[in-house]
Design a protein. Structure first.
Length: 161
């Protein structure tokens, strides 16, 4: 076998192991707004492109994307935030007309694998409320939590300093 062919195959397999893998897709209501969380496993430092779309009545509409052009119907109501290993779609004024199958698609620059996609069916009456911000969820140490709560404990006379 030609050494160049062997090296090419090796690099292709190696690159395939470095793709972005979508781990989880969840949807919840934050007041009257929909939030769709697309959690992924980050295996590369390559820039990440995303696409959020909805399929309803067998018609796909792009809500927000860096891959393709978003549909005008959602352009003013939707935005996307990106955090470490998380891409969030925020859709304002969510109503029953926005129900359907939501899709999150991710693609890392220079990855030779296919785009990663995951779907979730969103029905307004079946959505849970989004969890509030919690210091415990953010891996805050117990000592820091105790220090932050001291003024509250003093206010209710649990601790005298």
């Amino acid at each position: 076998m030609n050494p160049i062919v062997g090296i090419t195959i090796f690099l292709t397999v190696l690159q395939a192991t470095h793709c972005q893998m979508i781990k989880d897709l969840k949807a919840c209501l934050l007041g009257q707004n929909l939030r769709v969380d697309c959690h992924y496993e980050n295996k590369t430092s390559n820039p990440l492109s995303y696409e959020f779309s909805i399929t309803k009545d067998n018609r796909k509409q792009v809500i927000q994307s860096t891959i393709s052009v978003p549909d005008n119907a959602y352009r003013n109501r939707a935005n996307v935030t990106m955090h470490r290993n998380l891409v969030c779609l925020h859709l304002q004024s969510f109503t029953t007309s926005d129900e359907g199958v939501y899709m999150c698609g991710l693609r890392a620059t220079n990855d030779y694998t296919i785009n990663q996609t995951k779907n979730i069916t969103v029905i307004k009456d079946k959505l849970e409320k989004c969890a509030g911000f919690s210091l415990l969820i953010q891996n805050t140490s117990w000592l820091l939590l105790l220090l932050l709560s001291l003024p509250l404990l003093q206010a209710v006379d649990f601790v005298s300093l």
